[in-house]
Design a protein around this ligand. Structure first.
Ligand SMILES: Cc1cc2nc3c(=O)[nH]c(=O)nc-3n(C[C@H](O)[C@H](O)[C@H](O)COP(=O)(O)OP(=O)(O)OC[C@H]3O[C@@H](n4cnc5c(N)ncnc54)[C@H](O)[C@@H]3O)c2cc1C
Length: 234
């Protein structure tokens, strides 16, 4: 059975592995990606100072090494090839293209200078080809990050890490250079709901306290009325 998988992020690779390890059918997988490099947001999203998470690509390398697997980069479905054309060559097509666009809030002032979607900022520091030339203005002392999920924590950490810490990561070279000259000194993470609803994990919050030259401040008033489990005391 010949199968085309569109997208080489985690979804594409796990689908490929599940198909290729079948013993009842011989499966040939061709994986397409519009980028020249595989791994989707593991490469272009996951924070460059979280190498242990990025190491999941070792599992994908094993899949890619299977003899009935091929990777075809720089091929964009809809631009270089159509679904109809693929149907002529494959028995099945798996769409694993992720969710690449940022979600606009539709509020006044969105899109003004120095108001940047996380997709752009994160793609920029990860060296994603779409955002390589984004203009990120780091000449200001204070930055607000709107939203309190794990991407907010990633953005805050990268904005505040000391250059010596960033140098140990695989942050894109152009971003490293810009962050070396950054004048950002304070980052405020703005959550519309309370700490109990924050969608980052306790280890991610704790990591902020382990950075050089950074003092995380949680306003005590914000914790009033929160049910904090006894075991979470530290
Ligand atoms: C900033 C950030 C930090 C994150 N941190 C973590 C973390 O610490 N731990 C964790 O578990 N998860 C993390 N995630 C989430 C994780 O990266 C995603 O859940 C995961 O990558 C989604 O996998 P996917 O395969 O569905 O999509 P993607 O990884 O987005 O892959 C989709 C692929 O499809 C390709 N594609 C798109 N359109 C086309 C087309 N028309 N033709 C050909 N190819 C196409 C894209 O180039 C891309 O390579 C993070 C995400 C972000 C944004």
């Amino acid at each position: 059975m010949r199968i085309a998988i569109i997208g080489s992020g985690p979804a594409g690779f796990y689908a490929a592995e599940a198909l290729l390890k079948r013993t009842d059918t011989i499966v040939h997988v061709d994986m397409y990606d519009r980028l020249p490099t595989p791994y989707g947001l593991v490469r272009g999203g996951v924070a460059p100072d979280h190498q242990n998470i990025k190491a999941v690509t070792r599992v994908y390398e094993k899949t890619a090494a299977r003899p009935t697997f091929r990777f075809l980069g720089n091929v964009c479905l809809g631009r270089d090839v159509t679904a109809e054309e693929l149907r002529q060559h494959y028995h099945q097509i798996v769409y694993a293209v992720g969710n690449e666009a940022d979600r606009r809030l539709g509020i006044p002032g969105e899109g003004i200078a120095r108001c940047t979607p996380a997709t752009v900022f994160i793609g920029w520091y990860n060296g994603h080809p779409d955002y390589r030339h984004a203009q990120i203005d780091l000449s200001v002392p204070r930055v607000a990050v709107a939203g309190n999920g794990n991407v907010a924590i990633d953005a805050a950490r990268i904005l505040l890490r000391a250059p010596a810490e960033l140098e140990k990561t695989d942050l894109a070279e152009h971003a490293l250079e810009a962050l070396r000259n950054s004048r950002v000194r304070e980052v405020f993470i703005l959550g519309r709901r309370g700490p109990e609803q924050a969608s980052f994990t306790p280890p991610e919050l704790k990591e902020l306290g382990e950075m050089e030259d950074v003092d995380p401040v949680v306003a005590p008033g914000e914790l009033a009325g929160c049910a904090i489990p006894e075991t979470a005391g530290n």
